[in-house]
Design a binder for this molecule. Structure first.
Ligand SMILES: NC(=O)c1ccc[n+]([C@@H]2O[C@H](COP(=O)([O-])OP(=O)(O)OC[C@H]3O[C@@H](n4cnc5c(N)ncnc54)[C@H](O)[C@@H]3O)[C@@H](O)[C@H]2O)c1
Length: 261
């Protein structure tokens, strides 16, 4: 039996960055629950079963409009937009990118802000406009504990102890903070149009990180472990469904208690 409170079957979803670690879990999980799911990603790849992939750069308004129109033609106006696509600096990023703040490259700052902030803004404009015309919809903007709090640089001390230079860079944190107020702005702007807009803030996701990092991270999180990617899906289903009909402008924090102490 499907609980009508959480029933999303027959609805239409767009997940940006839907071929990545978390996006593919959302796309598969929403499709399993009967949603028509489109992923917008710059990468080409095999989407999960029942999911259609569109090659779209979220910083490209024209491409977004074309893909959104195709989704509408195929299934109708989206009910759910998950703004999940983002750039972070990988652990093996060039030295300047993970070097001191004072010399953090301007072009890296622009690249991260372009995808994480402008990309989210453009997706909200293009897909949110269609939702507002339809008089309903739910937008989930993805943030991070590094967007509500500073990164704990001590987590990376093991790399410095090995002689590497490593500072968790600034641009990701700045971009993920911006998402929080884009959410609040749009939640109030579209409140009367039936479009709910919320932030989903996640803690660090387990991805075979080095043991020294895991030890340091786990010691700092009340639940004592990193997030399993599948544990982020529940909040997305909640925000997609009628169970969250009175939730807008909120920040749903799924961080194992990281921000509680
Ligand atoms: N992994 C974590 O520990 C963690 C923690 C907190 C928040 N988050 C957030 O969750 C989201 C997903 O993270 P992830 O770990 O799955 O990342 P990921 O790198 O595995 O996936 C990101 C996806 O976005 C796509 N992408 C990048 N630039 C794009 C663009 N311009 N247009 C379209 N697609 C683009 C990539 O191709 C990739 O498939 C991000 O918003 C991230 O900030 C992740």
């Amino acid at each position: 039996m499907t609980d009508p409170l959480f029933d999303v079957s027959g609805r239409v979803a767009i997940v940006t960055g839907g071929l990545g670690q978390l996006g593919s879990v959302y796309a598969a999980g929403l499709a399993e629950r009967g949603m028509h799911v489109a992923v917008f990603d710059v990468e080409r790849g095999e989407p999960p079963e029942g999911v259609t992939a569109y090659e779209v750069d979220v910083t490209d308004r024209v491409a977004l409009e074309a893909a959104e129109r195709e989704v509408e033609r195929e299934w109708g106006v989206p009910h759910l937009l998950v703004n999940n696509a983002a750039l972070d600096s990988p652990p093996d990023a060039p030295a300047a990118v993970v070097g001191p703040f004072e010399s953090y490259p301007e072009e890296s700052f622009d690249a991260v802000l372009d995808v994480n902030v402008k990309g989210t803004f453009l997706c909200c404009q293009v897909v949110g406009a269609a939702m507002a015309r339809e008089g309903r919809g739910s937008i989930v903007n993805v943030s991070s504990i590094y967007g509500i709090l500073s990164p704990v640089q001590d987590l990376y001390a093991f790399r410095r102890a090995r002689g590497e230079t490593f500072v968790k860079p600034v641009a990701y944190s700045v971009s993920k903070s911006a998402v929080l107020n884009l959410t609040r702005y749009l939640a109030t702007y579209w409140a009367k149009s039936g479009v709910r807009v919320n932030t989903l803030t996640l803690g660090g996701v387990f991805d075979e990180q080095p043991q020294e990092f895991l030890d340091a991270y786990e010691a700092r999180v009340p639940l004592g472990r990193m997030l399993d990617a599948h544990e982020a899906l529940g909040a997305v289903v909640f925000l997609a469904s009628d169970a969250s009909s009175y939730v807008t402008g909120a920040n749903v924090v799924v961080d194992g208690g990281w921000s509680a102490w």
